[in-house]
Design a protein around this ligand. Structure first.
Ligand SMILES: [Mn+2]
Length: 247
């Protein structure tokens, strides 16, 4: 599937690839798998920015300390700063910002401290976390609430952590989970997202199957509405059995 993602990038002539975390499932993947990943990234011949998620976190025991992937794939940029880090791709007029996960922080807020744009025409955020929508309530960690998008100076937010592919309501900001190309049981798989940053300033997504001739336009990609923190807490307390859910 990853080979297919790179093939799609090549056939679509992408200028940049963003991987919004959980690129590797754990720090214990085989060296052969890491080498394969780096070889594939090197084929793209465009910058590839990885913002590590919880499965491929930075810090002690990081999978990225096992092997110098960027020595094989010189177009690979891995962010490392849990407080957030910007990567300027000057020739593209794009700046990418994201916070790298560590294993130590269950209260990690993926969009906290997002900076305003800093001169580059396009500003892309990367957020690895769990978007809270009416069916999601407060399960999982690394919550992203509707209000977390308010005031963000991003043209697009690339979301990671979910296997499903979906757009989410980011207010004025276009935001989506690409989903995991390999997917998981019960989740449609074998797709990747292409993001078009158009001269008009519009951001348009398209979803591409990696195994058949099948493309979904922006409006046909499922869209989930979000919840505020307060509404999610109220709803969770209402639906939990009496005596539980005191917060
Ligand atoms: Mn994750």
């Amino acid at each position: 599937m990853f080979r297919g993602v790179i093939d799609l990038g090549l056939s679509e002539h992408v200028d940049l690839m963003v991987i919004a975390g959980d690129f590797f499932d754990s720090a214990y993947v085989q060296a052969e798998t890491m080498r394969f990943a780096a070889d594939q990234i090197a084929r793209l011949e465009a910058p590839v920015v990885v913002v590590p998620g919880n499965h491929d976190h930075v810090g002690p025991g990081s999978v990225y300390d096992r092997m110098d992937l960027a020595a094989v794939a010189q177009n690979l940029i891995i962010t490392r700063d849990p407080a957030g880090e910007s990567v300027l791709l000057d020739s593209l007029g794009i700046e990418v910002w994201g916070r790298s996960h560590t294993e130590q922080d269950p209260d990690f807020a993926p969009l906290a401290g997002a900076p305003p744009r800093n001169g580059a025409p396009w500003h892309i955020g990367v957020a690895h976390g769990h978007y809270i929508h009416p069916q999601a309530l407060l399960s999982g960690s690394f919550h992203i609430f509707k209000e977390d998008f308010r005031g963000l100076d991003f043209d697009y937010v690339a979301l990671g952590h979910w296997e499903v592919q979906a757009r989410v309501d980011g207010g004025d900001v276009t935001a989506a989970y690409s989903g995991a190309p390999e997917g998981m049981i019960g989740v449609e798989r074998r797709r990747a997202l292409i993001v078009d940053l158009e001269a008009s300033g519009d951001v348009r997504l398209s979803s591409h199957s990696l195994v058949r001739d099948d493309r979904l336009d922006h409006a046909d990609i499922p869209l989930l509405g979000g919840m505020s923190r307060d509404a999610a807490l109220r709803e969770r307390n209402r639906t939990l059995p009496a005596g539980r859910g005191t917060r």
